[in-house]
Design a protein around this ligand. Structure first.
Ligand code: SF4
Ligand code: SF4
Ligand code: SF4
Length: 185
C-alpha cells in the first residue's frame, strides 16, 4: 500500500501547487489521477507512467507533468500506469479494491466529449470513423433528410478511451476534463 504524500508540508516547501494547476485544468492527466492540485504536488515527474504505457499515449506536458494525448492512440485501461506510480499521484489504491472492469473504467477520469461543427458528417460528407471505432457505441449516427447521418454522443456510454480522436480525419473530436471526478466507494 502506498503512503499518502504529506501534501500540506510539500505544498509550501516546493510550491508546485500554483496557478500552474489552474492553467492545466484542460489537460487530461493519466487515468486514475488524483485531483489536479493533489496530482501536481504528489507527482515526482519520474516519467515511469510514460515508459509503462503500452499505447504510448502518456507524454510530458507543461512542467514535465505527464498528460494524455489521444492523438497518439487510445487508452485500454490496462492499469500499467498506476502499477508503476510510486507517489500516489495516480490512485494505486484501486489495485487493491475488488471492483469490476466497468467500474474501473468509470472512475478512470471524468471527461466530456464533443464533436466540432466542422465534422464531415455535419457538413454533408459521409464519414463514420469515430462511431466505427467506439467500442461502447457512445457515438451513434442518426439518419437525416437527404441520406446523410449525423453523429450523436451519449455521454453516459463514453468511457473516455479516446479511440474516436485519432481516427477523425479532420480533428473534430474533442475530449476535455470535467471539473469534478467520480469517487470509488
Ligand atoms: S491505462 Fe494503460 S493504456 Fe491507459 S494510460 Fe495507463 S498505461 Fe496507458
Ligand atoms: S472516447 Fe467515448 S465516444 Fe470516443 S471511442 Fe471512447 S467510448 Fe467511444
Ligand atoms: S470521424 Fe470526425 S469527421 Fe468523421 S463523423 Fe466522426 S467527428 Fe465527424
Amino acid at each position: 500500500m502506498l503512503a499518502s504524500p504529506d501534501l500540506s508540508r510539500r505544498f509550501f516547501l516546493r510550491g508546485k501547487v500554483t496557478t500552474a494547476s489552474k492553467a492545466n485544468s484542460l489537460v487530461i492527466r493519466p487515468p486514475w489521477a488524483q485531483s489536479e492540485s493533489f496530482f501536481v504536488e504528489a507527482c515526482s515527474r519520474c516519467d515511469d507512467c510514460i515508459s509503462a504505457c503500452p499505447q504510448s499515449i502518456i507524454i510530458r506536458g507543461v512542467g514535465g507533468f505527464p498528460k494524455i494525448s489521444f492523438k497518439l492512440g487510445e487508452c485500454t485501461f490496462c492499469m500499467e500506469c498506476i502499477k508503476v506510480c510510486k507517489t500516489g499521484a495516480l490512485d494505486a489504491t484501486l489495485l487493491n479494491k475488488k471492483i469490476n472492469q466497468k467500474k474501473i473504467e468509470q472512475v478512470a477520469w471524468n471527461l466530456d466529449i464533443s464533436i466540432h461543427s466542422k465534422c464531415l458528417s455535419l457538413n454533408a460528407v459521409v464519414c463514420r470513423a469515430c462511431g466505427d471505432n467506439c467500442e461502447t457505441q457512445a457515438i451513434q449516427f442518426k439518419l437525416k433528410l437527404g441520406g446523410i447521418s449525423e453523429p450523436l454522443i451519449t455521454q453516459n456510454d463514453c468511457t473516455g478511451c479516446g479511440a474516436c480522436v485519432a481516427v477523425c480525419p479532420i480533428d473534430a473530436v474533442s475530449i476535455k476534463p470535467k471539473l469534478t471526478k467520480s469517487i470509488v466507494t
